[in-house]
Design a binder for this molecule. Structure first.
Ligand code: 1GP
Length: 256
Protein backbone atom coordinates (compact mmCIF):
# COMPACT_ATOMS: atom_id res chain seq x y z
CA UNK A 1 0.00 0.00 0.00
CA UNK A 2 1.32 3.47 -0.88
CA UNK A 3 2.38 5.78 1.93
CA UNK A 4 4.50 8.48 0.35
CA UNK A 5 2.12 11.38 1.10
CA UNK A 6 1.73 10.36 4.74
CA UNK A 7 5.49 9.92 5.05
CA UNK A 8 6.06 13.36 3.56
CA UNK A 9 3.59 15.01 5.95
CA UNK A 10 5.07 13.18 8.95
CA UNK A 11 8.55 14.31 7.96
CA UNK A 12 7.46 17.93 7.62
CA UNK A 13 5.94 17.78 11.10
CA UNK A 14 9.03 16.20 12.62
CA UNK A 15 11.15 18.98 11.11
CA UNK A 16 8.85 21.71 12.42
CA UNK A 17 7.77 22.66 8.89
CA UNK A 18 4.28 23.70 7.86
CA UNK A 19 2.12 22.59 4.94
CA UNK A 20 -0.48 24.44 2.87
CA UNK A 21 -3.42 22.80 1.11
CA UNK A 22 -5.76 24.60 -1.29
CA UNK A 23 -9.27 23.12 -1.52
CA UNK A 24 -11.37 23.18 -4.69
CA UNK A 25 -15.04 22.32 -4.36
CA UNK A 26 -16.14 21.12 -7.85
CA UNK A 27 -19.62 22.42 -7.10
CA UNK A 28 -18.24 25.97 -7.06
CA UNK A 29 -15.44 25.62 -9.61
CA UNK A 30 -17.53 26.98 -12.50
CA UNK A 31 -17.46 30.50 -11.10
CA UNK A 32 -13.75 30.42 -10.21
CA UNK A 33 -10.59 31.28 -12.12
CA UNK A 34 -9.13 27.80 -11.68
CA UNK A 35 -6.38 28.39 -14.26
CA UNK A 36 -5.20 31.57 -12.56
CA UNK A 37 -5.24 29.87 -9.17
CA UNK A 38 -3.31 26.87 -10.49
CA UNK A 39 -0.64 29.20 -11.87
CA UNK A 40 -0.16 30.66 -8.41
CA UNK A 41 -0.24 27.21 -6.80
CA UNK A 42 2.59 26.11 -9.10
CA UNK A 43 4.57 29.31 -8.55
CA UNK A 44 4.30 29.42 -4.78
CA UNK A 45 4.82 26.98 -1.96
CA UNK A 46 1.56 25.00 -1.96
CA UNK A 47 1.98 21.38 -0.84
CA UNK A 48 -1.20 19.81 -2.14
CA UNK A 49 -4.58 20.37 -3.70
CA UNK A 50 -7.67 18.95 -2.01
CA UNK A 51 -10.75 18.29 -4.13
CA UNK A 52 -14.20 17.55 -2.79
CA UNK A 53 -17.25 18.90 -1.06
CA UNK A 54 -20.44 17.97 0.69
CA UNK A 55 -22.72 18.04 -2.35
CA UNK A 56 -20.62 17.05 -5.35
CA UNK A 57 -21.58 14.70 -8.19
CA UNK A 58 -18.99 12.06 -9.18
CA UNK A 59 -18.31 13.20 -12.76
CA UNK A 60 -17.68 16.80 -11.65
CA UNK A 61 -14.83 15.58 -9.45
CA UNK A 62 -13.27 13.55 -12.21
CA UNK A 63 -13.39 16.41 -14.75
CA UNK A 64 -11.96 18.93 -12.32
CA UNK A 65 -9.06 16.64 -11.38
CA UNK A 66 -8.31 16.03 -15.06
CA UNK A 67 -8.11 19.83 -15.59
CA UNK A 68 -5.86 20.25 -12.56
CA UNK A 69 -3.55 17.46 -13.64
CA UNK A 70 -3.05 19.11 -17.03
CA UNK A 71 -1.63 22.18 -15.35
CA UNK A 72 -0.18 21.10 -12.03
CA UNK A 73 2.38 18.70 -10.64
CA UNK A 74 1.10 19.05 -7.07
CA UNK A 75 -0.45 16.00 -5.39
CA UNK A 76 -4.23 15.98 -5.65
CA UNK A 77 -6.01 14.48 -2.66
CA UNK A 78 -9.70 13.67 -2.51
CA UNK A 79 -11.64 15.20 0.39
CA UNK A 80 -14.84 13.28 -0.26
CA UNK A 81 -18.31 14.02 1.04
CA UNK A 82 -19.48 10.59 -0.12
CA UNK A 83 -18.19 7.40 -1.82
CA UNK A 84 -19.36 8.62 -5.25
CA UNK A 85 -16.54 11.17 -5.09
CA UNK A 86 -13.83 8.52 -5.44
CA UNK A 87 -11.72 9.18 -8.52
CA UNK A 88 -8.65 7.29 -9.61
CA UNK A 89 -7.41 10.45 -11.30
CA UNK A 90 -6.29 11.76 -7.89
CA UNK A 91 -3.15 10.71 -6.02
CA UNK A 92 -4.67 10.03 -2.63
CA UNK A 93 -7.78 10.23 -0.50
CA UNK A 94 -8.46 11.50 2.99
CA UNK A 95 -10.42 8.51 4.25
CA UNK A 96 -12.43 10.46 6.79
CA UNK A 97 -13.98 8.97 9.89
CA UNK A 98 -16.15 11.64 11.52
CA UNK A 99 -14.94 11.01 15.06
CA UNK A 100 -16.52 14.17 16.51
CA UNK A 101 -19.98 12.80 15.68
CA UNK A 102 -21.99 9.74 16.58
CA UNK A 103 -23.36 8.93 13.15
CA UNK A 104 -22.30 5.30 12.49
CA UNK A 105 -22.57 5.79 8.73
CA UNK A 106 -19.82 8.40 8.83
CA UNK A 107 -17.74 6.58 11.44
CA UNK A 108 -17.56 3.29 9.50
CA UNK A 109 -20.62 2.67 7.25
CA UNK A 110 -19.56 4.59 4.11
CA UNK A 111 -16.06 3.18 4.49
CA UNK A 112 -17.39 -0.36 4.14
CA UNK A 113 -19.11 0.72 0.90
CA UNK A 114 -15.97 2.46 -0.31
CA UNK A 115 -13.45 -0.26 0.60
CA UNK A 116 -13.93 -2.50 -2.48
CA UNK A 117 -13.87 0.55 -4.75
CA UNK A 118 -10.72 1.91 -3.15
CA UNK A 119 -9.08 -1.51 -3.35
CA UNK A 120 -9.27 -1.30 -7.14
CA UNK A 121 -7.61 2.11 -7.33
CA UNK A 122 -4.02 3.28 -6.98
CA UNK A 123 -5.01 5.98 -4.52
CA UNK A 124 -2.90 6.42 -1.42
CA UNK A 125 -5.23 6.04 1.56
CA UNK A 126 -4.75 8.68 4.26
CA UNK A 127 -6.81 7.50 7.27
CA UNK A 128 -8.06 10.71 8.89
CA UNK A 129 -9.93 11.46 12.10
CA UNK A 130 -12.29 14.23 11.01
CA UNK A 131 -13.62 16.57 13.69
CA UNK A 132 -16.26 19.22 13.04
CA UNK A 133 -15.90 22.18 15.39
CA UNK A 134 -18.66 24.73 16.00
CA UNK A 135 -17.77 27.77 13.94
CA UNK A 136 -20.59 30.16 14.75
CA UNK A 137 -22.61 29.07 11.72
CA UNK A 138 -24.67 26.03 10.86
CA UNK A 139 -22.57 24.82 7.90
CA UNK A 140 -23.41 22.40 5.09
CA UNK A 141 -21.03 19.87 6.68
CA UNK A 142 -22.98 19.97 9.93
CA UNK A 143 -26.30 19.63 8.12
CA UNK A 144 -25.26 16.86 5.73
CA UNK A 145 -23.43 14.84 8.40
CA UNK A 146 -26.40 15.05 10.76
CA UNK A 147 -24.03 15.41 13.71
CA UNK A 148 -23.38 17.97 16.41
CA UNK A 149 -20.04 19.77 16.15
CA UNK A 150 -17.68 19.98 19.15
CA UNK A 151 -18.41 23.26 21.00
CA UNK A 152 -15.97 26.04 20.07
CA UNK A 153 -15.04 26.73 23.70
CA UNK A 154 -14.57 23.12 24.87
CA UNK A 155 -11.00 22.30 23.87
CA UNK A 156 -10.81 19.32 26.18
CA UNK A 157 -13.49 17.44 24.23
CA UNK A 158 -11.44 18.06 21.10
CA UNK A 159 -8.24 16.90 22.83
CA UNK A 160 -9.73 13.62 24.04
CA UNK A 161 -11.39 12.99 20.67
CA UNK A 162 -8.15 13.59 18.76
CA UNK A 163 -6.19 11.42 21.20
CA UNK A 164 -8.68 8.59 20.73
CA UNK A 165 -8.31 8.97 16.96
CA UNK A 166 -4.54 8.65 17.13
CA UNK A 167 -4.78 5.69 19.54
CA UNK A 168 -7.09 3.97 17.03
CA UNK A 169 -4.31 4.23 14.46
CA UNK A 170 -5.55 7.12 12.33
CA UNK A 171 -2.69 8.92 10.57
CA UNK A 172 -4.03 12.47 10.45
CA UNK A 173 -6.44 14.57 12.51
CA UNK A 174 -8.47 17.24 10.67
CA UNK A 175 -10.24 19.87 12.78
CA UNK A 176 -12.70 21.71 10.54
CA UNK A 177 -15.01 24.63 11.25
CA UNK A 178 -16.75 23.75 7.97
CA UNK A 179 -16.58 25.53 4.64
CA UNK A 180 -17.08 29.28 4.99
CA UNK A 181 -16.95 29.13 8.79
CA UNK A 182 -17.65 32.48 10.45
CA UNK A 183 -14.81 31.94 12.89
CA UNK A 184 -11.90 29.53 12.71
CA UNK A 185 -11.11 26.82 15.24
CA UNK A 186 -9.72 28.67 18.28
CA UNK A 187 -5.98 28.98 18.81
CA UNK A 188 -6.46 27.58 22.32
CA UNK A 189 -8.13 24.42 20.99
CA UNK A 190 -5.43 23.99 18.33
CA UNK A 191 -2.70 24.47 20.93
CA UNK A 192 -4.15 21.92 23.35
CA UNK A 193 -4.87 19.32 20.67
CA UNK A 194 -1.47 19.67 18.97
CA UNK A 195 0.35 19.22 22.28
CA UNK A 196 -1.16 15.74 22.65
CA UNK A 197 -0.71 14.50 19.08
CA UNK A 198 2.28 12.94 17.39
CA UNK A 199 0.47 12.70 14.01
CA UNK A 200 0.00 15.75 11.75
CA UNK A 201 -2.87 18.10 12.58
CA UNK A 202 -4.87 19.67 9.74
CA UNK A 203 -6.98 22.76 10.45
CA UNK A 204 -9.48 24.35 8.06
CA UNK A 205 -12.62 26.43 7.91
CA UNK A 206 -12.79 30.22 7.70
CA UNK A 207 -9.11 30.97 7.01
CA UNK A 208 -9.25 34.05 4.80
CA UNK A 209 -6.04 36.00 5.48
CA UNK A 210 -2.30 35.44 5.76
CA UNK A 211 -2.40 36.74 9.33
CA UNK A 212 -5.02 34.15 10.29
CA UNK A 213 -2.97 31.44 8.60
CA UNK A 214 0.05 32.52 10.64
CA UNK A 215 -1.95 32.37 13.90
CA UNK A 216 -3.31 28.90 13.14
CA UNK A 217 0.10 27.53 12.20
CA UNK A 218 1.71 29.21 15.23
CA UNK A 219 -0.93 27.67 17.52
CA UNK A 220 0.20 24.20 16.41
CA UNK A 221 -1.53 23.25 13.14
CA UNK A 222 0.79 21.39 10.78
CA UNK A 223 -1.33 21.74 7.66
CA UNK A 224 -3.88 24.45 6.92
CA UNK A 225 -6.64 24.19 4.33
CA UNK A 226 -7.98 27.23 2.48
CA UNK A 227 -11.04 26.82 0.27
CA UNK A 228 -13.75 29.48 0.28
CA UNK A 229 -11.27 32.39 0.12
CA UNK A 230 -10.21 31.05 -3.30
CA UNK A 231 -13.71 31.66 -4.63
CA UNK A 232 -13.48 35.43 -4.36
CA UNK A 233 -11.20 37.91 -6.08
CA UNK A 234 -7.89 38.13 -4.31
CA UNK A 235 -7.56 34.35 -3.91
CA UNK A 236 -4.46 34.39 -6.10
CA UNK A 237 -2.78 37.10 -3.98
CA UNK A 238 -3.68 35.20 -0.84
CA UNK A 239 -1.76 32.14 -2.07
CA UNK A 240 1.35 34.30 -2.48
CA UNK A 241 0.96 35.90 0.96
CA UNK A 242 0.24 32.68 2.83
CA UNK A 243 3.07 30.91 1.10
CA UNK A 244 5.39 33.70 2.28
CA UNK A 245 4.22 33.15 5.88
CA UNK A 246 4.81 29.42 5.46
CA UNK A 247 8.35 30.01 4.31
CA UNK A 248 9.06 32.04 7.46
CA UNK A 249 8.05 29.04 9.59
CA UNK A 250 10.38 26.82 7.58
CA UNK A 251 13.27 29.24 8.08
CA UNK A 252 12.62 29.74 11.78
CA UNK A 253 11.68 26.17 12.70
CA UNK A 254 8.91 25.79 15.27
CA UNK A 255 7.45 29.21 16.09
CA UNK A 256 5.85 28.19 19.33
C1 1GP B 1 -13.77 23.14 4.52
O1 1GP B 1 -11.74 23.16 5.85
C2 1GP B 1 -12.28 23.40 4.59
O2 1GP B 1 -14.09 21.84 4.82
C3 1GP B 1 -11.93 24.78 4.11
O3 1GP B 1 -12.74 25.76 4.71
O4 1GP B 1 -13.77 26.82 2.73
O5 1GP B 1 -13.78 28.00 4.92
O6 1GP B 1 -11.66 27.74 3.64
P1 1GP B 1 -13.00 27.16 3.95
Amino acid sequence: MKNSLIRHLDLLKRNGKKALAILFDPDKAAGMDINGLLEQIERYDVDMILVGGSLVKGNEIHDLIADIKEQSEKPVILFPGSPNQISDAADGILLLSLISGRNPELLIGRHVEAAPLLYQTDLEILPTGYMLIDSGAYTTAHYVSNTLPIPHDKPQIAVFTAMAGEMLGLKLIYMDGGSGAKRTVSEEMIRQVSEKLTIPLIVGGGIRSAEKAREIWAAGADIIVIGTAMESEGGENLIEKVSHVKRQFSLNGKER
